[in-house]
Design a protein around this ligand. Structure first.
Ligand SMILES: NC(=O)c1ccc[n+]([C@@H]2O[C@H](COP(=O)([O-])OP(=O)(O)OC[C@H]3O[C@@H](n4cnc5c(N)ncnc54)[C@H](O)[C@@H]3O)[C@@H](O)[C@H]2O)c1
Length: 331
């Protein structure tokens, strides 16, 4: 028999949503980025396990971190699974393990589904708050789940007047617009990306496409383009002609998403990036939005905000409920 106990809280997705909301997610993502910019988080670059060459239509990332100001360690496992949608499950699937940084004892296993989706949506909201010159007209290309959380979180921080919704799927466009039935901005369905992007203040791509969805000639001065999908989403010139290039994480940005092919062909290097959002939030970089500048941002996502949101949920449950359902890993 073990001489110690290892009390682990199992926190499901419904429970997460009782103790978390979009405003908490946005606040904790911004806080975590600031801590990361101050050098208070240890986070090796994520490792991708792509199973497609072995015949499995999926990949998953292992994303460990230690967050000193929160005294928590953990790892997020998140993947994309092509066959999930047919079975009524989301494309993205995530779980988070929280551990005591001093002993390695497991503290909680937390569903990462809601957390990952709202961490993802918080990112363009915070980026746009700091980098966008104007926020009146927003174009979203990709009206799936991450597109939904992105607009929901953006609408919490930005004054938006019109949203242009593009997606290959008419059903996806229509159900997206229906979800924002009470919005204070108008939503307009577009089938032509060019028409949707021209004169737009903010363009977000959040698809699972590997295609040039946005062309540089459609992007006006003073606008902000943010790509969030896992593969190529714009013509190379959208990045190369930008006056300012921002990322959420330099090393990860080189190996993922829209920038990956540009890095591999030598068109973008580590020194191409003007802004790392974490350094901006930590006060180590400055940026004043300008009507003349085209800003491009790639957001690939980091695991540490998910760990911080999961730990916030765990602490809230511990504080607010007396009878926690612990599992003893030593039993
Ligand atoms: N950057 C991050 O932090 C982060 C986090 C999670 C997921 N992702 C990525 O975001 C992307 C979207 O994930 P999701 O969960 O919203 O998936 P989803 O399947 O719910 O939505 C994707 C949408 O993109 C649309 N689409 C595909 N190809 C298109 C094209 N050529 N033009 C227009 N629309 C197109 C699909 O019809 C679908 O509606 C994926 O690439 C995923 O890996 C990024």
């Amino acid at each position: 028999m073990s001489k110690f106990t290892e009390k682990v809280m199992l926190i499901g997705n419904d429970t997460v949503q009782k103790y978390a909301d979009a405003d908490m997610a946005i606040k904790m993502v911004a806080k975590t980025w600031e801590w990361y910019g101050r050098g208070e988080i240890i986070m090796p670059p994520k490792i991708t396990t792509d199973m497609s060459s072995a015949g499995v239509a999926g990949w998953f990332n292992s994303m460990p971190c230690y967050v000193k100001p929160y005294d928590i360690a953990g790892i997020k496992l998140v993947g994309g699974y092509d066959n999930n949608k047919k079975k009524g499950m989301p494309y993205i699937k995530a779980n988070i393990m929280l551990t005591d940084p001093n002993s390695g004892m497991l503290k909680a296993v937390v569903s990462g589904d809601w957390i990952s989706d709202f961490r993802t949506g918080s990112q363009p909201a915070i980026m746009a708050k700091h980098l966008a010159y104007k926020t009146d007209v927003v174009t979203i290309i990709g009206s799936g789940l991450q597109g939904y959380t992105s607009l929901l979180c953006m609408s919490r921080l930005l004054d938006i007047k019109e949203v242009r919704v593009c997606d290959l799927s008419e059903a996806a466009r229509k159900s997206f617009i229906a979800k924002f039935g009470n919005a204070r901005f108008t939503l307009v369905e577009y089938t032509d990306n060019e028409a949707a992007c021209r004169d737009s203040d903010i363009i977000i791509t959040v698809t699972n496409a590997d295609a040039e969805l946005v062309k540089a000639s459609w992007v006006k001065p003073g606008s902000l383009v943010m790509t969030m999908g896992s593969f190529k989403e714009t013509e190379p010139e959208v990045v190369l002609n930008a006056d300012v290039i921002a990322v959420d994480h330099v090393a990860q940005s080189l190996h993922r998403g829209n920038i990956k092919p540009l890095y591999e062909s030598g068109l973008i290097t580590e020194s191409s990036f003007d802004i790392e959002i974490a350094l901006l939030l930590a006060g180590k970089q400055k940026y004043v939005p300008s009507p003349d500048k085209r800003v491009y941002a790639q957001i690939v996502g980091m695991g540490c905000p998910d760990v911080v949101i999961a730990e916030t949920v765990r602490r809230r449950i511990q504080e607010q409920t007396s009878n926690n359902n612990y599992f003893d890993m030593q039993s």
